[in-house]
Ligand binder design. Sequence first.
Ligand code: F6R
Length: 612
Amino acid sequence: MCGIVGYLGEKDAYQIIVKGLQRLEYRGYDSAGVALINGGVNLYKCKGKVSDLIEHASGKDKSGTAGIGHTRWATHGEPNDVNAHPHKSMSGNLALIHNGIIENYASVKASLVEKGFKFQSETDTEVLVNFIESIYIEESVDLPEAVRKALNHVVGAYAIALIDKNNPNQLIVAKKSSPLVVGVGEGEFYLASDATPIIEYTKNVLYLEDEEIAVLTKGEEMRLFNIKKENKTPYIQELEMQLEAIEKGGYDHFMLKEIYEQPRSIEDSMRGRILLKKGIVNLGGIADYEQKLINAKRIIIVACGTSWHAGLVAEYLFEDYARVPVEVEYASEFRYRNPVLYENDIVIAISQSGETADTLAAIDLAKSKGATVLGVCNVVGSSISRATHGGSYTHAGPEIGVASTKAFTAQITVLTLMALHVAQKKGTMPASRFRALLHELAGVPKLVEKCFEEDEKIQTISARFKDAKNFLYLGRGYSFPVALEGALKLKEISYIHAEGYPAAEMKHGPIALIDEEMPVVVVANQGPSYEKVVSNIQEVKARKGIVIAIVTEGDVDVKAMADYTIEIPKIDESLIPFLSVIPQQLLSYHIAVMRECNVDQPRNLAKSVTVE
Ligand code: F6R
């Protein structure tokens, strides 16, 4: 969590940094701050969003061509002006921004206090900047060496950027388990937690590896080494990302833009991977592990949040298509419970950001036990994509809204392709069904487009239920994970309590909650469990619950029972999640807007969860 930005060159650093922070605000928005070198180190920071920072800094002298900035998701210390980054060292010469957690900060702080260091904030970051300063002064080493020594001692995760009043032409950056990208311009450098603040200025970037330190000096080549003091050659790559992909493009919110982008993002996830004429799936990123995947006796999926829901859909897909048992694990649980893993297990890690700390730790654990780990990631070059043996990118484009939408449908696109591929290779599916499914999958973007035709109706339903206190989401089979996802979307952006349940489980407890106040969203598409879901709807209606049913177009039976119906096109049961999730995304979006919630930056959340 937290977003960090920096600039070193000839341009106005403040403008570049603040614009970058706005692009990274999805990573955290408790407080924001900038430090500029101009004679001394000038700090501008306050509690609140980047817009609050802009107001706070207005009218002040913000000149300077080198600086760093931070938007915070609080870990150590409540969000307030003092705890906001950047943090200065006691002498006032150094200023540091940090994304991550220094786990042994308390013992480091105690030793610094003994030496007479005084602290203003409760943050681990202020401890780190003073620790660097203490080494710098006591050991008479240069600043990059002091940083290296300090990082050898600290335990935890960090992406840091450091400036020094006495060396205005230099910026020092380093990372471990938190992302950091350096943009390389003409005699100038940019840095950020992801590439979105950089692409406007340069497409040439370096993704720092864990435990690497880069010394950026104006007008010179960067110097790269690791905390073991080994010199490294920077691998500068060219970004393919376009600027338009990270702007709102006329939509009120990124979330709405990303919902409406899904026909294109699903198409992008499939591009070059469905060869209809040949009747095959082509997934280059897993080619080296294909045989292992085909021979796997078991697949274990690790993920968090929405990605975990995509994992549940994949469980149904792999079992149904490829007849291989699948376990879907919360990465945060898996990593701590001594799981049984065998060398011929395949672990699939799913993550939009590719930076989720628990998922990364689960991957490390699986690898240490000899399992082959494949990734399904959205962010190219992210930590998870690099930590896995192989994998397939989802190619959904940058997802900026904190609530995940297009990443989910892109993830299930890739997972459907994987499951189909394994099924074909294993011969667990008749060739005719394989071909039919491949065709239907290729047609999904058009059907998603059709789902948007119900948007007006969904807005009317949203207006009716925007003040509800609770919601229940029900689904069976492939629609059960979608019920969980629908409930999560509503909770996180509208702050209405919602629960997702397998429809038939309702009678084992949640049915007690149903009364005339309770809206129940039911996925009631036609398919093998249609009749059963119809019975579940009757159970809700018998208790005066209000049913909002997502039905297949042309449905008659559920329409006669439900209070509201939203239609989705007909599709194979296994591909239903692509369509049934769309009205649920729109419902939560509209309800949140009507409740005047901050849709793109819901409270307490951050886009990439890089802490445990
Ligand atoms: C929900 C949401 C989160 C993420 C979760 C995992 O809308 O965005 O639940 O899905 O934090 O993040 P990734 O997929 O980046 O690992």
